[in-house]
Design a protein around this ligand. Structure first.
Ligand SMILES: [Zn+2]
Length: 140
């Protein structure tokens, strides 16, 4: 298995909670998440915003022990390849132990604080995914 482990620095959520905004290229039809100003495949700048489903299926995942400075307390980080309808996104998996993860399990989007830069007064939020629970017994 191989997958791109780079987590985009630009992850931000500007819309309502749990809204997964992506950009669909009107020229080639590919969907990019997070949204990009230009399509990396065909170079088109004719993109439109689309909202991805907030629930999907975990197709693959990696346990990452080498995390950037400032986030080491979070190690290991779980990165998942999540299928949302027709689109696959790479996102952090939260509220889960590595041993709980299974390929093919259902996951749902949650909004989490991903970084706080106290000096700059910036708190970034990002969409992560967590295992979807049957019966909804988990609180909070
Ligand atoms: Zn394109």
């Amino acid at each position: 298995m191989s997958m791109d482990l780079s987590v985009p620095e630009t992850w931000r959520v500007k819309g309502p909670l749990y809204r997964l905004e992506a950009a669909r290229c009107k020229t080639c039809g590919r969907i990019h998440y997070p949204p990009m100003p230009a399509c990396p495949y065909c170079g088109s700048r004719d993109l439109e915003r689309v909202t991805l489903p907030s629930e999907g299926v975990l197709e693959s995942y990696s346990v990452v022990y080498a995390v950037p400075e400032g986030s080491r307390h979070k190690a290991p980080v779980l990165l998942g390849l999540v299928r949302l309808g027709r689109v696959r996104v790479v996102a952090e998996i939260t509220d889960a132990d590595p041993s709980e993860l299974r390929t093919g399990m259902e996951v749902e989007a949650v909004l989490r604080r991903i970084r706080s830069d106290r000096e700059a007064g910036i708190i970034r939020y990002g969409v992560m995914f967590r295992p979807k629970l049957k019966g909804g017994s988990r609180g909070g």
